[in-house]
Write a protein that binds this ligand. Structure first.
Ligand code: SAM
Length: 277
């Protein structure tokens, strides 16, 4: 029996349901319920909130979210082997856990929520960035979700939160910090997982900001793809196909700068001038 909810320890659940982790589904399970409780707390006060969890697996984080006071958790899981274990959790918390069997990359979860949910997930590494980009490019904005509290490989987490001047600063940083604010909260070592991954993981929290003024995502992407595609070159060269020196001068940005030293406002100014020459 576990201290947080009276359900069996996760190692026992995995044994009882024969849930040997598979690499193809990015399965690295967390068995330590103190750690899953820490991730749930990183999402802030859950009381009265709906939560969307992607990839509950045997349900360690799911249990922490429910024990932490979430009003309702909707959990999307692709591995049908996990469904009986998740059904046991649902029976323990009547009416509070809805498990959706399927692929989070193709399912649209919005119909499951009346109010914007907090999205909390220990994401499979192979789909994490794609899901994040989908959530950050939601239309309309502010988005259908309340906040994102997500685990990534540390290297991806660093790219999300990076600011200008850092090596990790790139397209993902510009997108994440254009759409709101992000922070890297804490690391989780490989040995916390079964099986241990090769790299350190980090928990990142993102909060949406106000609607960005007058710049389309497509235009911003054209600029950042060109600028960071040749990040060692001066912007006048990297942005040559989009107007190069003339565009940079209209935007008041030094053409000899490199992409990694331009802040979000600089990219937004470039996008505005590209849209309205
Ligand atoms: N949340 C559990 C934990 O913390 O122990 C499991 C995390 S494990 C890193 C990732 C989970 O995502 C696995 O249960 C895997 O089956 C599931 N998964 C992988 N790809 C998925 C997808 N496209 N849609 C939904 N779930 C997926």
């Amino acid at each position: 029996m576990s201290a947080i909810d009276g359900l069996p320890p996760l190692a026992q659940v995995v044994r009882a349901h024969d849930l040997a982790p598979t690499k193809a589904l990015g399965q690295n399970f967390l068995f330590d319920l103190n750690l899953t409780a820490r991730i749930a707390r990183a999402a802030g006060d859950l009381t009265g909130h709906d939560v969307l969890e992607v990839g509950p697996g045997p349900g360690g984080l799911t249990r922490a979210l429910l024990a932490g006071g979430a009003r309702r958790v909707v959990a999307i899981e692709r591995d049908a082997r996990c469904l009986p274990a998740l059904a046991e959790i649902a029976a323990h918390y009547p009416g509070r856990l809805e498990v959706v069997a399927g692929d989070a990359l193709t399912l649209d979860p919005r119909a499951h929520f009346d109010t914007p949910p907090k999205i909390v997930a220990n994401l499979p590494y192979n789909v994490g960035t794609e899901l994040l980009i989908g959530w950050l490019t939601a239309d309309p904005w502010p988005p259908w979700w309340h906040s994102l509290t997500l685990m990534f490989q540390r290297e991806v987490a660093e790219r999300i939160v990076a600011g200008p001047g850092s090596k990790a600063y790139g397209r993902l940083s510009v997108l994440a910090n254009w759409r709101g604010t992000s922070a890297l909260l804490f690391d989780i070592p490989p040995q916390a997982f079964v099986p241990p991954p090769k790299v350190v993981s980090s928990v990142v929290r993102l909060e949406p900001g106000p609607a960005p003024d007058g710049v389309s995502l497509g235009t911003l992407e054209r600029i950042t793809v060109a600028a960071f595609g040749q990040r060692r070159k001066m912007l006048r060269r990297a942005l040559a196909p989009l107007g190069g020196e003339a565009l940079l001068e209209r935007a008041g940005i030094d053409p000899t700068k490199r992409a990694e030293t331009v802040d979000i406002d600089g990219f937004l100014t470039l996008a505005r001038h590209l849209e309205a020459p």
